[in-house]
Ligand binder design. Structure first.
Ligand code: 5GP
Length: 210
């Protein structure tokens, strides 16, 4: 079977619980997945560490990364830059890990265009009301930022239909298993196993001629 990892993009409204979900998935299956750490120009939130949640960069540093083609994709989101460093993703895919990019819709579409085999997953809370509740409950953002994230969510909702799978994040445990099942099932897709199929066809031809 295919030994290279699957590039998986996970998007979802800010506040949909993607971060918690990703960390639970990685904790449960540490050998299977690698989570890409993005670069961003936004300020660290309380409790965030450089190199763990993000690589925190100045605008100047970020623009240098763009110029040197060190990012697979980047996008502007609520006044800041966010981008995916290339080296780690390529290395982990070669090592056979399924690499997860937790990025917004614009970036997801760019990744899909550059790497058409990318699996696209969209995470949503059960209802819009629940999303607002989660954003407010986080307590780390001003009302203005919450407002702009809700506006952005309404825009992003327009892109949901372009994803391969929709994952409703209601119960964390259920959601983790659902996501793991989808990604692992994806390894069996026909188009990801062309080499395997060619080999078995050829071997059968040889065997039947013996
Ligand atoms: P936050 O500021 O809440 O950590 O992230 C804001 C948004 O940026 C989220 O939707 C997150 O998925 C997205 N994001 C994080 N890293 C990247 C990245 O490398 N590229 C793109 N395009 N979006 C990202």
């Amino acid at each position: 079977m295919e030994t290279k990892g699957i590039l998986t993009v996970v998007s979802g409204f800010s506040g949909a619980g993607k971060g918690t979900l990703m960390h639970a998935l990685l904790q449960r299956y540490p050998d299977r997945y690698a989570l890409s750490i993005s670069a961003t120009t936004r300020q660290p939130r309380e409790g965030e560490a450089d190199g763990r949640e993000y690589f925190f960069k100045t605008k100047d540093e970020f623009e240098k990364m763009i110029a040197k083609d060190e990012l697979i994709e980047y996008a502007r989101y609520v006044e800041n830059y966010y981008g995916t460093p290339r080296a780690y993703v390529e290395e982990m895919l070669e090592a056979g890990k399924d690499v997860i990019l937790e990025i917004e819709v614009q970036g997801a579409m760019k990744v899909k265009k550059a790497f058409p085999d990318t699996l696209l997953l969209f995470v949503t809370p059960p209802t819009a009301e629940e999303l607002k509740k989660r954003l407010t409950g986080r307590g780390t953002e001003t009302a203005e930022v919450i407002g702009s994230r809700l506006c952005r969510a309404a825009e992003e909702a327009e892109g949901m239909g372009q994803y391969d799978y929709l994952i409703v994040n209601d119960k964390l445990d259920v959601c983790v298993e659902e996501m793991h099942g989808i990604i692992q099932g994806e390894h069996c897709r026909n188009f990801r196993n062309t080499q395997f199929m060619e080999k078995i066809k050829q071997d059968l031809q040889e065997l039947k001629g013996e």
